[in-house]
Design a protein around this ligand. Structure first.
Ligand SMILES: [Fe+2]
Length: 427
């Protein structure tokens, strides 16, 4: 019998199912049946991905043992001049993460850091701080590590800068934005995605953040759009699975929750506002884009209880752990030392975490700015971003803290340039 692609519809839930466990059982049975209909077994299909990933893990473990840097590094100057070598591009594709050196001049980044301090202090933020609005990040004493501040001039200047737009376009172009006659996103136009700031002071102790990923939770298996996006994993054509293909990813719904991200991001990222050494509680990733295929197929194996997606559930980050993903975690690799003005990026499906630190040396300050290209999903989120911008509110993806509503020195409408206007869907 020749293997054929089964196109019978899978059960799907476009909003959060009422009975999660029942829905997990149902969708797992249907996904297994679809794989079986292709003439292959779940074990065979998983083995294909496991081998691909295991080869990368071995390569990364060997690099780490030799004391070599795992993270690709590209100078901003090369991105701006279009002189990034083919070799550097291939490594970026292979590892799915990147440090951009000198993305902004160091003095600019340090000045922004100082301006953020002035901005929050002039508005008596620390006196009025009410504690963490969610339990996603731990807090240190009374002063927060994560500032729920979105609309400072410094953040907006960085978001709408030419330098940011160039790097975002470069990163967006690592993905396939067109296929089957559809343009899934516009790589040259970013949708402005407001996120927070982290400022972690010298001497801080921090528990870090466990390894996880952020693209979503159960909707990755349970909604029609993601079932199409990950179709090759489930229809017997696993060899064609491409973690850089944006097909069917830029319009579908997200299940609401405290960890949701309404927009499609090609890369998550942050810009350093202080120098940070590699051993001071910094970001780590499993720098293997194909690992997403492993994470999506692993729950279908027989050793996972029928009503369990390897611990993935709504309202909780998607965990990567030793129980189910031990192979992947061998490849965890930290960023190199970075300077203020460098930026750090990782594929939006990538496993990442933050190392713990005690008695941190120096500051650990970053502005979270991702690459989120213009597409139907991001266009749908843009009106709520515009409204939050207009009123100084917390964006709807984040806890409703709204500190900046009464701060009159926030970035104003008149300060928007063309990139900023386009990013908000105004131009
Ligand atoms: Fe995360």
């Amino acid at each position: 019998m020749t293997a054929s692609v089964d196109t019978t519809p899978l059960p799907h839930w476009e909003t959060v199912p009422g009975d999660l466990k029942a829905a997990i059982r149902e969708v797992k049975a249907a996904l297994r049946a679809r794989i079986a209909a292709s003439g292959r077994t779940v074990e065979e299909v998983f083995a294909v991905i496991e081998q691909r990933v295991a080869a990368r893990v071995a390569e990364i473990v060997a690099q780490k043992e030799r004391g070599e840097a795992v993270w690709p590094v590209i100078d901003y100057a090369d991105i701006a001049a279009g002189t990034v070598s083919d070799e550097a591009l291939a490594l970026l594709h292979r590892r799915g993460c990147l440090v951009v050196r000198g993305h902004f001049p160091r003095e600019q980044a340090l000045a922004w850091d100082g301006e953020i301090v002035d901005y929050v202090e002039s508005n008596r933020f620390f006196e009025n701080y009410r504690g963490p609005g969610d339990d996603f990040f731990g807090s240190v004493g009374s002063k927060p590590e994560i500032y729920p501040v979105y609309w400072s001039p410094a953040q907006m200047q960085a978001r709408q800068s030419d330098r940011m737009a160039r790097v975002q376009a470069f990163l967006n172009r690592q993905w396939r934005s067109e296929s089957d006659g559809v343009r899934w996103f516009d790589p040259d136009r970013d949708s402005l995605y407001p996120d927070r700031i982290r400022r972690r002071p010298p001497g801080a102790d921090s528990g870090g953040l466990g390894t996880h990923l952020d693209p979503g939770t159960l909707e990755l298996w349970m909604t029609q759009a993601y079932q199409r996006a990950f179709r090759h994993l489930f229809d017997g054509t696993v060899e064609q699975y491409d973690p850089w293909d944006a097909a069917h990813r830029t319009a579908g719904p997200q299940y609401p929750g405290t960890t949701m991200c309404s927009v499609f991001r090609t890369f998550q990222g942050w810009t350093a506002l202080s120098d940070m050494d590699h051993d001071q509680g910094v970001l780590h990733t499993v720098p293997i884009p194909e690992a997403m295929g492993y994470l999506m197929l692993r729950p279908l194996l027989a050793d996972v209880p029928d009503d369990d997606m390897c611990g993935v559930t709504t309202n909780k980050v998607f965990p990567a752990n030793e129980t189910w993903h031990a192979l992947l975690l061998q490849a965890v690799s930290g960023i190199p030392d970075v300077k203020a003005g460098d930026s750090v990026w990782w594929h939006a499906d990538m496993i990442h975490g933050v190392d713990p630190v005690t008695d941190q040396k120096g500051w650990g300050n970053v502005m979270y700015i991702p690459a989120a290209p213009w597409c139907p999903r991001n266009e749908a989120y843009a009106p709520s971003v515009r409204e939050a911008f207009r009123t100084g509110s917390s964006p709807s993806d984040f806890p409703a803290e709204h500190y900046e509503r009464t701060w009159d020195n926030r970035f104003s409408f008149d300060d928007l340039n063309e990139t900023g206007r386009r990013g908000l869907g105004l131009g």
